[in-house]
Design a protein around this ligand. Sequence first.
Ligand SMILES: [Zn+2]
Ligand SMILES: [Zn+2]
Length: 752
Amino acid sequence: MSAAYASGAPRSTVRATMRGAMSDGRRDYDPARIEADRQDAWAAADAFATPAPDGRPPVYIKPSSPFTSGNLHMGHVRDYSIGDAYARFRRARGDAVLFGFGFDAFGLPAEMAAIERGVRPADWVERCGERMLGQMKRLGFSFDFERAFYSSDESQYRWSQWLFVTLYEAGLIYRDDATVDWCDTCQTTLAALQVEDGRCWRCHNPVRLIRRPTWFLSVAPYLEENDRNLELLADWDELSLKTQHYILGRSDGVELDLPTPDGELLTVFTPHEGALSEARFVLLSPRHPDVERWTAEPAVGEQLDELRSGGWERSARDAAAVPVIDTGASIGGPVGAELPLFVSPIVDARFGPTAALGIPSIDEADEAIAARMPRAQGAQSPAGAEPPAAREATRYRAFDFSISRQRYWGTPIPVVHCEACGVVPVPVEQLPVRLPRDVEPTGEGNPLAERPDFLEASCPGCGGTARRETDTLDCHFDALWLWVPAAVPPEARAEQMFSHPDLRRWLPAERLVAGNDSGGFVFDQRVVTKALRDIGPFSFLADGEPFAGCLFHEMVIADGRKMSKHLGNVVDPDELVAEHGADTVRLAVLYAAGPAKTLNWNEGALRFASRFLGGLWKYAHERIAAAAEAREDEEAAADTAFIRERLGKWCDNGVARITADLQQLQMHKAVRNVTRLLERIQDYEKRIVKRRGELGKADFETLLEALALLARTLSPFAPHIAEELLLALGEDASVGFPAEGESLSRPMARNN
Ligand SMILES: [Zn+2]
Ligand SMILES: [Zn+2]
C-alpha cells in the first residue's frame, strides 16, 4: 500500500460520510428547488458579467435579438439553448466570454399590439421586455443581463440616427420613389402584413398602391465583397452560408456592348454564353440607369409609370404574368439582326437592375416572354454569323432596399425639409431627434405629422423654418448594428458607441447563433460593417465581417406544422419549465435535432431528457451514499485496477468527442455523447460487480470521479443539475469543462 493512499484514507472517509449525510434528504430530483438555488448563486456571484480585459482570449457570442413580443417561443429557447451551451463551454474552458444581446423593440408588430390594447407602444415594449427577461432568467441562460438594451431607448436610437447621417453623408442612403399600399379611409400607408386580400387590416376597405418618396440604403457597392468573402468564412455553417448565397443571387455569364440606334452602346448580360447568336430580344430593368432614354415616347412612358406604381415587385418572378413593356425600339444584336427592346422587372428578379439578352431557345423564362411579345418572334439571325467576343461578367440580384416607414413607432429619420435648402440632415451633435413617447397610436393617419412639437424645426443649413421628416426608420435599419452595443460597457455607450476600445477586443463576434430566417439581417449587417470600415469607425475590421463564425438553426414546429395560435399547436416554454424544469427543457430542445434540421417538437425528446436527468440524479446520489459504506481492500483494488483504467480511457474518449461536438455547436451530438458516458460508467460498475461481487473503496472513488467528469461535460447543457451534482460530489460547482486529455486522476494510483 502506498503512503499516499494510507494518509489519504481518513480524509476521504470523512468526505464520503459528509456526502452521504448531505445527499440523504436530497435523493429526489427536484428541478424547481435546485434551479432556484443555482440561479441565486449565479446572481450572487455575478457569474456571467463580461470580464474586463485580462489577457484571456475574448470570445463574443451573439444570440439573436428578440422582438419585444412579450413571450419567448420555442424558437427562442432553441436559439438561446445552443448559444448558452456554447458560451458556458467557452467560459469553462477559460475564455473571456461576452454573451449579450438587445431587444429589437421598434417596429410594426409592437405598434399593432399597442393599438389593439389601447396602450402606448413605449409602455407595451417595456412590459414585454421585462417579461421576456424573466423567462430567460428562469431558463438559466447565462447572458450578461447588465448589457441588455432596447433599440427603442433614446440612448440607443440616437446612434441609429448617427448611423443614418453617417451613411447618408457617405452617399449610401438616398431618397427615391417607392410603391406602397395606402388606405384612403385610415389615411395611412400599410405594410404587407396589414393588407389582407387587398383590404386594410383596420377598416377592411380596399387598399390602393401609391408612389411616394422613401429612403433607400445602397448595398450595391458591397455586393462583390460580400460574395468574395464567403470563401473566408470558415466558421460559418452550411445553412448560414446558403442564405448569403441566396440573398446575393449571383449569376455568372458574359456581357457585351450592343450598338443602339443613336450611336451609343448598351451593355447586355446573359448567363448563356454559348447561345449568343440565338438572342431574340433585349430586356431592360425598369431600374436600369438608362431606362428613361428608351421610354421617352409618351405612350411608353405612361406604361412605365403604370408598371412602377403597380407593385411589380410582387409578381416579378413569374415570367408568364410579369409586366413587359415594348418600347418600340430595337438595337443591333450580337450577330447583326435587330433585337426588339422590352422593359420588364423580371430582369431585376433574376439578375438585378441590368439589361439582359432574351434567348428563348434555351431559357424557359425568356421562352415564356417571347410567347407573349409578337416582336420577339420576328427577329432572325443570319445563318452562320459569328457573335463577337464577350467578356466574362457577374450579376447580383440583391439590390438597395427601402429603410423608411410611414409609422410612429420607429427611429425618427434625422433630416429636415427646408424650402430653401431642401433635405438637410440633422448635425450629429444635435442628435437625438426625439420620438414623442406619450403617443397612443390608433392606426389612423401619421401621429408624428399631427404633432407640431415634433414637426417644427429650424434648418441646420440656413436657420430658417423647416419641417421634420415624419417617416421613421424601419426596424431593419436598427438591426444593422444591433450586434454592436453589447460589446460596449453600458456606461460608455452614450459617448463611445462606435469608438470604444473594447470594440477592437470583442469584434468580430466569434459566433453568431440565429434562426435561419436571419439571413437578410446578417447580409445587411455585413454590408454596413464594410461601409463603417471604409468610413473609419471599424477600420480595424480589415475584411469588414462582423461575425467570424455563424451558426444558423432551423425553426421549431409542432405536429409537422408551424406553431400558431390559429392552429392551436403552440408549445409554451413557461408551461414546460414549470412542469419539467429548465434543464430538462433545454436538454430536450438540444437533443431533439441537429441545428440544420427543423425541430418537430414532441414529447419524446422531453421524456428522454427527463428520464436521463432524473436517472442520473438518483444514480449519482445512491453511489455517493454507497461509497461512504464501501470497504477498503487492497487485494481487490489491485484486481480491478484494469477496469478502472479502462473507465479512464472511456472518459478520455467521451470528453474528446463532447469537446469536438461543442466546438462545432453540434449540441445534439454532444448531448448524446454525454448520455453515452453515463452508460459507460454504469457498464464499468457492472463489470466490477461481475468480477468481485461489489465495488471496493478504490472502485467507488473512481466511479465518483467519473461522475464528476460527466457533470462537468453536462454543465453547458443542463447547468443547474450539473452544478448540484458537483457540489454533492464534493467538488467546486464552478470547476471548468475538462481539458482535452484530462482524465480521471487516480485510477492507476491504486495499482501499486
Ligand atoms: Zn383602413
Ligand atoms: Zn435651409
